[in-house]
Design a protein. Structure first.
Ligand SMILES: Cc1ncc(COP(=O)(O)O)c(C=O)c1O
Length: 405
C-alpha cells in the first residue's frame, strides 16, 4: 500500500491552522507531536462514557475503566514486544521514567561505582544520573562523540570496567538525529554484565522498538512524542530487575498491606504506580500507538528519511547554513546553524512565515557546549510532514538569511 499522506494529514486537525497568515508548517515534532482526531476522540469518549477510578471500584464504570487501562498496558507491551505486561510501568513521561529508575537504583549504587552516559544525552538522561552519582560518591563517565555526532564503540568498550553499574544512553539523539547502534552497544555491555537503559523519547515514533531483540534492561519513552497526549509515558523494566528494586513513590495502589507499624508493597507494575494514574492518557497512548501501527512504522520511517534527505540537500545549498550532526544513521531531526546569526533570530523569523522550529540548547547543554555552539535551530519531522513543506521551509530560510545577513 502506498503512503497516503493526504489521508494522514486529514486526521490531524491542527494542521489546518494558519500561523501569521500562512499555513502552519509544524517542524517541532521532536518537542512534541500533534494529535490525530482518533486520539482526541479517545480522550473525550473516556470522559463521556467511562470516567471512573481504576482498580478500586466494584461498580461497572470502574471495572470498565480498569479493563481499558490494563488493555492499554497490554497494547504497549505488544508495541515494544516486552515479554510480560507487568514490565510496563505507566509514568508521566521519559523524565519521570528515568527519575523513577535512578531513585530505585539508589541503594544499588555505592561509593566508587561508575555510571556511563554519552555526551549526546538530553538533560533527562543526564541530570538524574549526575545527581545519583553525587549522592552516592559514584563517578559519572561521559562517552564522547566524534565530529559527525557518532559514538566510538571501541572507546565506549574501553570505558567499561568492573565498577560500571549502568550504561544509560539515548536511542536517538534529539539534537543530532543520530540513531545509535544500540543493539551492538547492548551486546558489548551485556557481555560485561552491565545493564543498559535506553532513552527512547526520540525513537519510539520513528523506528521499530523491540526491547527483547535489543536486549536492553530498561526503556523509557513519552507518549506525547508519539502522537499521544502529554502526561503519559512508559518505563519498561525487565521483571527480574523491577521486582528486586524498591518503590519510587508511596501511597495508594502501590501497597499490599498497611498497618500502623509497617507496609508491604504491591506486585509489579503497581508497586511503581502510586496514586491515581493518568487513565485517559494511557487509553490515548494505546490509540496513538495503534495509529502508528496501522500506518506502519517502517513506512513512517521511510517517509521521514526521505524528508530528512531532501531537507539536508536543500539546506546544504544555502550559503552560511551548516548542518550539525552528520551521522550515517539518522532520523527525523535536522539541526543547523546559520553563520553569524543567532538561532533564536532564525526561529523567530521562520515563525513569522508559518514555520515552527525549535531553537536553543534542546535540553542538551553539555552537548551544545561540547560542540562549541550558542545553540542550534532544529527542524524535526513527523509522519504528516511533506516534501512541499520542506521546500517552503527552505525558501523561508533563504529569506531569513538574506534579511539577517
Ligand atoms: C532524547 C530525549 N530524552 C528525554 C526527553 C524528555 O521527555 P519528556 O519531557 O517528555 O519527559 C526528551 C524530550 O525532548 C528527549 O528528546
Amino acid at each position: 500500500m502506498s503512503y497516503d499522506i493526504q489521508k494522514i494529514r486529514a486526521d490531524f486537525p491542527i494542521l489546518r491552522r494558519q500561523i501569521n497568515g500562512k499555513p502552519l508548517i509544524y517542524f517541532d515534532n521532536g518537542a512534541t507531536t500533534q494529535k490525530p482526531q482518533q486520539v482526541i476522540d479517545c480522550i473525550s469518549n473516556y470522559y463521556l462514557h467511562q470516567n471512573s477510578n481504576v482498580h478500586r471500584g466494584v461498580h461497572t464504570l470502574s471495572q470498565e475503566a480498569t479493563d481499558l487501562f490494563e488493555g492499554a498496558r497490554e497494547y504497549v507491551r505488544q508495541f515494544i514486544n516486552a515479554e510480560e505486561t507487568n514490565e510496563i510501568i505507566f509514568t508521566r513521561g521519559t523524565t519521570e521514567s528515568i527519575n523513577l529508575l535512578a531513585t530505585a537504583l539508589k541503594p544499588w549504587i555505592v561509593k566508587g561505582d561508575e555510571i556511563l552516559v554519552t555526551a549526546m544525552e538530553h538533560h533527562s538522561n543526564f541530570v538524574p544520573w549526575q545527581q545519583l552519582c553525587e549522592k552516592r560518591g559514584a563517578r559519572l563517565k561521559i562517552v564522547p562523540i566524534n565530529r559527525n555526532g557518532e559514538l566510538d564503540l571501541e572507546f565506549l568498550e574501553k570505558m567499561m570496567n568492573p565498577y560500571t553499574k549502568l550504561l544509560a544512553l539515548t536511542h536517538v539523539s534529539n539534537v543530532l538525529g543520530t540513531i545509535n547502534p544500540v543493539k551492538k552497544i547492548i551486546k558489548i555491555a551485556k557481555d560485561k554484565g552491565i545493564p543498559v537503559l535506553l532513552d527512547g523519547a526520540q525513537a519510539i515514533a520513528h523506528t521499530k522498538v523491540d526491547v527483547q531483540d535489543l536486549g536492553c534492561d530498561f526503556y523509557a519513552f513519552s507518549g506525547h512524542k508519539a502522537y499521544a497526549p502529554m502526561g503519559i509515558g512508559v518505563l519498561y523494566g525487565k521483571f527480574n530487575w523491577m521486582r528486586r528494586l524498591p518503590p519510587y513513590q508511596f501511597g495508594g495502589e502501590m501497597i499490599d498491606e498497611v498497618t500502623f507499624e509497617k507496609s508491604t508493597f504491591n506486585e509489579l507494575p503497581f508497586k511503581y504506580e502510586a496514586g491515581t494514574p493518568n487513565v485517559e492518557g494511557a487509553l490515548a497512548l494505546e490509540t496513538a500507538l495503534r495509529y502508528i501501527n496501522e500506518t506502519g512504522i517502517d513506512a513512517i520511517r521511510q517517509h521521514e528519511d526521505k524528508l530528512l534527505a531532501h531537507a539536508e540537500t536543500k539546506l546544504s545549498a544555502i550559503e552560511g547554513v551548516r548542518i550539525i550532526g552528520t551521522a550515517k544513521q539518522k532520523t527525523a531531526a535536522l539541526s543547523f546553524v546559520v553563520e553569524g546569526i543567532h538561532p533564536y533570530d532564525v526561529g523567530m523569523l521562520l515563525d513569522k512565515m508559518g514555520v515552527a522550529v525549535r531553537t536553543g540548547h534542546h535540553c542538551a547543554q553539555p552537548l551544545i557546549d561540547f560542540l562549541g555552539l550558542p545553540g542550534t535551530v532544529r527542524a524535526s519531522f513527523a509522519m504528516y510532514n511533506t516534501k512541499e513543506e520542506v521546500d517552503l521551509f527552505a525558501d523561508a530560510l533563504v529569506k531569513v538569511v538574506s534579511m539577517l545577513k
